[in-house]
Design a protein around this ligand. Sequence first.
Ligand SMILES: CC(C)(COP(=O)(O)OP(=O)(O)OC[C@H]1O[C@@H](n2cnc3c(N)ncnc32)[C@H](O)[C@@H]1OP(=O)(O)O)[C@@H](O)C(=O)NCCC(=O)NCCS
Length: 181
Amino acid sequence: MIIRPAAARDAEALAGIYGHHVLHGFGTFEEVPPDAAWMEAKRRDVTGHGLPFIVAERDGRVLGYAYAGPYRPRPGYRFTVEDSVYIAPDAVGQGVGRAVLGAVLAACEGLGLRQVVAVIGDSGNAASIGLHRALGFEQTGVGRSVGFKHGRWVDIVHMQKALNGGDTRAPDAPGLTLGGA
Ligand SMILES: CC(C)(COP(=O)(O)OP(=O)(O)OC[C@H]1O[C@@H](n2cnc3c(N)ncnc32)[C@H](O)[C@@H]1OP(=O)(O)O)[C@@H](O)C(=O)NCCC(=O)NCCS
């Protein structure tokens, strides 16, 4: 398995993976699969902030991806990111999520960031909650029934991991450049 930065040529494969989970899962509250152009715009936005967008590839096929985007746009959030991770349905449970999300966390640590937030769709999403816990995230809260998808109310689970000592020290890096609004 190769772990590498995503490239423009991956957009179709990434949109296909995300689209499956949009249509069949609760991990995202999106309901209509976005196209490859949307995915490429997302990759450019993430990498334009200097943040990691990582894919796993085996035998020339993209198996999954993870990235970290700004948590919120206002400048006070500049040391915090939110992660996203999606694995092809026939590649789950094989360590791909751990590999791509682990690479994203390492890159964020290297940038001097302090908090990574996961907003996980569905309290029953054992795979995502388990993956984040396995990588050192702790649950910080649950948003009860804030989503409605596939005919039922759906919770979100907030998890969080501190990097670089978290709030025990003052910032020693500039953090993200955020435009506000
Ligand atoms: C959640 C997801 C990204 C996990 O990726 P994955 O490649 O299947 O996970 P891995 O095989 O790397 O597992 C790593 C660790 O996560 C935990 N884990 C994975 N699947 C699990 C499951 N079904 N139940 C409980 N824990 C699980 C385990 O601790 C595992 O470590 P182990 O194999 O040593 O036991 C993947 O299942 C997925 O794409 N799910 C649908 C989309 C989604 O919900 N994305 C997250 C949105 S917030």
